[in-house]
Design a protein around this ligand. Structure first.
Ligand code: ADP
Ligand code: GN1
Ligand code: MG
Length: 353
C-alpha cells in the first residue's frame, strides 16, 4: 500500500490507511496524513469497469465542469493527481488506483434519519442534474453499456438462471417467479426513449443516499460522489434509484420482509427536494414517469442482485453468504408495494408540480 500511496501528491506524510464506507463496488480507504489532511484512496473495480482510463476521463470532464460553477473542494469531488500529474496510477498487478480529497465535516448516510435528510439528498441530485444540463453529453463515454436498460437486465437474469453457475437456482424458484411476474413493465421507459418521447440527459445513474455527502453541521447538501457511472440517461432513473434506496422502510438487505416497503412520506420528501432543484427543466412526461422510474429501478436492481446470486456473487460486495438473495427479496417486496402505490405517487408528483 505504501508504494501506491507514494505515487500521489499528498500534503503531509501518511499515518493511517483503513478500509472505509459501504460501497458495493470499489475498494475504498480513508487515508490520513500528519499534515493533518484526509483523503479517499480507491482501487477501482476493473471487473465492473473494464475501461478505467475512459471512466477516469469522464470523471475529470465532469468534475472540472462542476468546478467552474462551484470552485470548492467540499462541494465538488476533487481528484488528487499523481506525482507525474496523472488522474490515477496503475500498479504492477494492473490495478487502477485514484485519490480524492476527503470531504471533511460531512455525513454519508445509509438510512435517512428523517424526511428532511432525504429531501436534502433530492436537492443534491436535482442540483447535480441541473448543473450538468448544458454539459456536452457526447464527450462522455458510455462506461457500462445498457446500465439502466431494464429489458437487457431481465435478459441477463434469464441468462444467469440458464447457466446456474453456482447451482443456486433451485433455492430461489419463488423469487424467480415473482420477478418474472413484473417483466411486463420492464420496457416501459426504454420504449418511450426509443420513440423519442423522453430525452436523454447527463445523469448520475447511481443516486443512492450514500453517494451524496451532507454537511455534518447543517445536514444540507455538500457534494455528490461516486461519479463512475455518470453517462447519458433518464431523469426518471436517477429519481427512481434514490427512491429505491432512500424511501425504503428497511435496509437494502433486511431479512425480516415484514418490515420492507416504500414510505410515501419519504417518497414525497425526496420528490420535493429533487423537483425544487430540477423540476423546471423536466418535461411533463418526464415528471409523469418518475413513479414508474422508482418501480423500475427497484425491479432492475433487484434482478441484478438475483442474477449475481446465481452467478456466484461475482459483482456486488457481499459481507455474508446469501446477502444478494436477501437483497433480491427486499427489492421484489418493494416493487410489489410500489405497484400498489403508483396512483398515490402520481398524485404526490402532481401536487408538487
Ligand atoms: P462505491 O462505488 O464502492 O460505492 P464510492 O465512491 O461511493 O464507492 O465510495 C464509497 C464510500 O466512501 C462512500 O459511500 C462514502 O462513504 C465514502 N467516500 C467516497 N468518496 C468520498 C469523499 N470524497 N469524501 C468523503 N467520503 C467519501
Ligand atoms: C452499486 O457503487 P455503489 O455501492 O454506490 C451499483 C449500483 C446499484 C447499487 C445497489 C456501478 O452502487 O448500480 O444500484 O450498488 N453500482 C454499480 O446498492 O453497479
Ligand atoms: Mg457508492
Amino acid at each position: 500500500m505504501e508504494h501506491i500511496i507514494s505515487h500521489f501528491q499528498l500534503q503531509g506524510a501518511p499515518i493511517r490507511c483503513e478500509r472505509y464506507g459501504n460501497g458495493h463496488i470499489n475498494e475504498t480507504y480513508l487515508l490520513e496524513t500528519d499534515a493533518p489532511h484526509a483523503y479517499i484512496l480507491q482501487k477501482v473495480n476493473r471487473q465492473v469497469f473494464p475501461d478505467v482510463p475512459n471512466l477516469m476521463r469522464n470523471i475529470q470532464l465532469v468534475t472540472s465542469y462542476l468546478w467552474q460553477q462551484t470552485p470548492d473542494p467540499r462541494r465538488v469531488l476533487t481528484l488528487v493527481p499523481t506525482t507525474d500529474g496523472q488522474a490515477y496510477m496503475v500498479d504492477p498487478d494492473g490495478e487502477f488506483w485514484r485519490v480524492y480529497e476527503f470531504v471533511t465535516d460531512s455525513l454519508c448516510l445509509d438510512r435517512p434519519e428523517n424526511e428532511r435528510d432525504l429531501q436534502q439528498s433530492g436537492l443534491a441530485f436535482g442540483t447535480f442534474q441541473n448543473q450538468l444540463a448544458s454539459f456536452p453529453a457526447h464527450t462522455l463515454k458510455e462506461i457500462i453499456p445498457h446500465f439502466h436498460d431494464t429489458p437487457v437486465r431481465y435478459e441477463q437474469l434469464k441468462d444467469a438462471i440458464r447457466m446456474d453457475r453456482a447451482g443456486r437456482v433451485k433455492e430461489a424458484k419463488a423469487e424467480i417467479e415473482a420477478y418474472m411476474a413484473f417483466e411486463k413493465y420492464a420496457g416501459f421507459l426504454m420504449n418511450l426513449l426509443k420513440q423519442g418521447e423522453l430525452p436523454l440527459r447527463v445523469t448520475h445513474n447511481d443516486t443512492k443516499l450514500n453517494n451524496v455527502l451532507l454537511d455534518a453541521a447543517t445536514r444540507t447538501p455538500l457534494c455528490v460522489i461516486d461519479l463512475d457511472t455518470v453517462m447519458p440517461g433518464l431523469a426518471a432513473n436517477d429519481f427512481g434509484d434514490s427512491i429505491r434506496f432512500g424511501a425504503a422502510t428497511a435496509r437494502e438487505d433486511e431479512q425480516d420482509l415484514s418490515k420492507v416497503g416504500m414510505s410515501l412520506q419519504l417518497f414525497e420528501a425526496y420528490a420535493r427536494g429533487f423537483l425544487s432543484a430540477c423540476g423546471t427543466r423536466l418535461t411533463p412526461l418526464e415528471k409523469e414517469t418518475l413513479p414508474m422510474g422508482a418501480m423500475l429501478m427497484t425491479l432492475e436492481c433487484g434482478s441484478r442482485f438475483l442474477a449475481d446470486y446465481f452467478n456466484g456473487d461475482v459483482y456486488f460486495h457481499n459481507a455474508r453468504p446469501g446477502q444478494n438473495l436477501c437483497r433480491a427479496r427486499t427489492h421484489i417486496k418493494m416493487a410489489q408495494d410500489m405497484e400498489s402505490k403508483l396512483g398515490q405517487m402520481q398524485k404526490i408528483i402532481e401536487s408538487i408540480v
